[in-house]
Design a protein around this ligand. Structure first.
Ligand SMILES: NC(=O)c1ccc[n+]([C@@H]2O[C@H](COP(=O)([O-])OP(=O)(O)OC[C@H]3O[C@@H](n4cnc5c(N)ncnc54)[C@H](OP(=O)(O)O)[C@@H]3O)[C@@H](O)[C@H]2O)c1
Length: 205
């Protein structure tokens, strides 16, 4: 698939490398001139994978947002016509919110009027996106939003980059819960000091 990733930092860089490995065509949507983060990533994936946000979005069927959540407000108009695209929101509005919206997901839905929006790739650290395998087993990813198609796509991409499963957390009403779930990972990994090499996996009996 043609995938645009907006944001070239920890999460954008990890997803870009993994999605390229999985055989997708990835274009990074960036601000010019290229930032230090973009140049660092370009050294890994090639400078030809960088374009202005609007060009990257235009050439892609899937757009993954990996910027700070409040940047979404400036970004959305640059995405152009998104009526035939799926938008995956990987942001967490923990420290800042895209006021007046509670999360970037809500801002994207309200401003674009698109139904094809899904929250995914927000619940674990970027290191786990780069390598989702622990002791030979894939860890789990989670997604939320009203669109079944967008969730199916998020699940497909999650599995392609090594997650064992991508659990459906529910509809738009569960998006904020999924951000709280991300905060639970941050709490254990950082605030409680367990370290970033930890991950969530659902077990059943
Ligand atoms: N870090 C994690 O482990 C993790 C895990 C899950 C979710 N998240 C969420 O994912 C998001 C990104 O986190 P991160 O750690 O990857 O951040 P980061 O390393 O600081 O990278 C953020 C990227 O967003 C870009 N950006 C900011 N405003 C932009 C705009 N208006 N237009 C285009 N690009 C813009 C920055 O561009 P420049 O390079 O030009 O400054 C930078 O490349 C956050 O919402 C965070 O809550 C993070």
């Amino acid at each position: 698939m043609n995938i645009a990733i907006i944001g070239t930092g920890n999460v954008g860089g990890a997803l870009a490398q993994q999605l390229l490995k999985a055989g997708h065509s990835v274009l990074m949507g960036v601000r010019f001139p290229l930032s230090e983060k973009s140049l660092k990533l370009a050294a890994k994936i090639g400078e030809d994978r960088f374009a202005a946000v609007e060009n990257a979005a235009k050439q892609s069927e899937v757009i993954i947002i990996t910027t700070p959540p409040d940047a979404a407000l400036a970004l959305i108009p640059q995405l152009g016509d998104v009526s035939n695209k799926t938008i995956i929101d990987a942001t967490n509005s923990i420290r800042v919110k895209p006021e007046p919206y509670p999360t970037a997901f809500h801002a994207i839905k309200a401003i674009t009027k698109s139904e094809q929006v899904v929250k995914c790739f927000n619940t674990t650290g970027f290191e786990n996106m780069l390598n989702p395998v622990y002791n030979g087993e894939g860890i789990d990813m989670f997604c939320a939003g009203n669109s079944k198609e967008a969730k199916q796509l998020a699940e497909k991409l999650s599995k392609e980059i090594g997650f064992a499963a991508c659990y459906d957390f529910g509809g738009d009403d569960k998006v904020e819960l999924l951000e709280k779930f991300a905060l639970s990972w941050i709490n254990l990994a950082i605030m409680q000091g367990l370290g970033r090499n930890l991950a969530f996996k659902v077990v059943k009996r």
